[in-house]
Design a binder for this molecule. Structure first.
Ligand SMILES: [Mn+2]
Length: 424
């Protein structure tokens, strides 16, 4: 067990203690999600529980209550020999309780144990994930009448309001974990390149990337997007039903999750190493927008400024293509680019691919990891362009003076080089 988890628990306790009134945070393991009847989806541990304890258990609940003599409580079920026979024995809980200096409550009624632990608190930070003990406590407390609430918290807040504050800034061990995942993703894309040729199905490439992740002890952090030609006009294209054609771009938007940390890379690959001048222009416009946005990333900068840097470049590009007309300042004021760039500049990245973020308007700070992924999408033939889409994405760490691109091991973004590689 790494000391980092102890210091994260300490930090969470310190935030809770800042309030004058007694507050508590309740974080539970995720239930196993049912796929069909008695078959389950692949298990994904709870991100907040993992962040605070390093545990991937689906059965334990952590209660943090700094005002109490026993500020840390772990609630766990009793040993179930039949369950262990089918699923194997879970990681022992006692060492974790000892490590976190926690009171261990073993019970088959975790809801009752949580409510007991909450006695005397006025505010509780609870989760909303269906099936968690934390969410059950939230439902129980919100359905009680005033009389039945005596001694229990009446102010119920989303747990993420607290955990997102902690998780937004990555410590060096987290940055290292994201880098490892990014390396697996970059290697997967590099190894997929020989597959990319006319006639190959989108799903063949997706299947290869996911195979590559699995043999490297990783999982896809999200549904793999392989979108060739017109498919890329759909932002989150998942049909994977098309065959690649020469002269088109294929969008690869993929990320490995390794040791509970995600990565997220988008690259456009020219099939057959040939592109029309219009598609070359479009690619270069989006790339320039991405590079301008990355250049902006440093502490103290509002994420909206990074977005604006990309949007301005895209507006110049849309003018160059003859799709927009008029002065750029006027077009920017109107947000004319939004028809073709309809999403944000990116998202926080960490344990979750769309990582917890306390607000939309954030000022960049050292230790944040954000994706920078501008794009242009054309749902119908527009100006000189066919139905198509271009998105280019990297994962960027905010450093003391600027930034570090954590995904710079991925295939080049230089179009001339890409055309040579794919044509060779
Ligand atoms: Mn992304």
């Amino acid at each position: 067990m790494k000391p980092i988890f102890r210091s994260r628990v300490k930090k969470a306790l310190a935030i809770l203690a800042q309030s004058g009134s007694p507050e508590a945070l309740i974080v539970s393991g995720n239930p196993s999600a049912i796929r069909s009847r008695d078959t389950h989806f692949p298990y994904r541990p709870n991100s907040d529980l993992f962040y605070l304890t390093g545990s991937t258990s689906g059965e334990i609940t952590l209660v943090l209550r700094p005002h109490s003599k026993q500020p840390v409580v772990l609630i766990a079920p009793p040993t179930d020999p039949l369950k262990n026979l089918w699923e194997g024995a879970p990681a022992p809980i006692k060492p974790l309780a000892k490590f976190l200096n926690a009171e261990l409550v073993t019970t088959s009624d975790p809801l009752k144990a949580v409510l007991n632990a909450l006695r005397g608190c006025t505010t509780a930070y609870l989760q909303s994930i269906p099936g968690t003990v934390s969410a059950a406590a939230k439902a129980d407390l919100s359905n009680r009448g005033a009389h039945a609430l005596r001694g229990l918290p009446t102010s119920l807040v989303e747990a993420e309001a607290l955990t997102a504050k902690l998780r937004l800034i990555k410590d060096p061990s987290e940055v290292a974990a994201i880098k490892e995942s990014a390396t697996i993703t970059a290697d997967a894309i590099a190894n997929a390149l020989p597959l990319i040729e006319a006639g190959v199905r989108e799903r063949d490439i997706a299947a290869f990337l996911e195979y590559f992740y699995k043999v490297h002890e990783a999982e896809p952090a999200f549904g793999t997007i392989i979108a060739s030609g017109p498919s890329a006009a759909t932002l989150h294209y998942h049909a994977l039903s098309r065959k690649l054609k020469k002269g088109e771009l294929v969008l690869i938007d993929t990320g490995a999750e390794h040791n509970m940390y995600a990565s997220d890379i988008s690259r456009m690959i020219p099939v057959g190493g040939q592109l029309s001048p219009e598609l070359k222009d479009l690619y270069d416009i989006v790339l320039r927008a991405q590079l301008m946005a990355i250049k902006k990333v440093r502490p103290g900068v509002e994420i909206s400024e990074v977005y604006k840097a990309a949007a301005t470049e895209l507006t110049y590009g849309l003018k160059y293509l003859g799709i927009l007309k008029g002065p750029v300042s006027h077009l920017m004021k109107k947000g004319a680019f939004k028809e073709w760039f309809p999403h944000g500049i990116g998202h926080s990245l960490g344990i979750d691919v769309h990582d917890a973020s306390p607000a939309k308007a954030i000022t960049l700070e050292k230790g944040m990891v954000v994706t920078i992924e501008p794009g242009l999408y054309f749902q119908k033939p527009t100006g000189p362009l066919p139905v198509c889409g271009v998105r280019i994405e990297d994962d960027v760490l905010v450093t003391t003076r600027g930034h570090e691109v954590l995904t710079d091991g991925a295939i080049t973004k230089d179009l001339a080089t890409l055309l040579t590689i794919m044509g060779g």
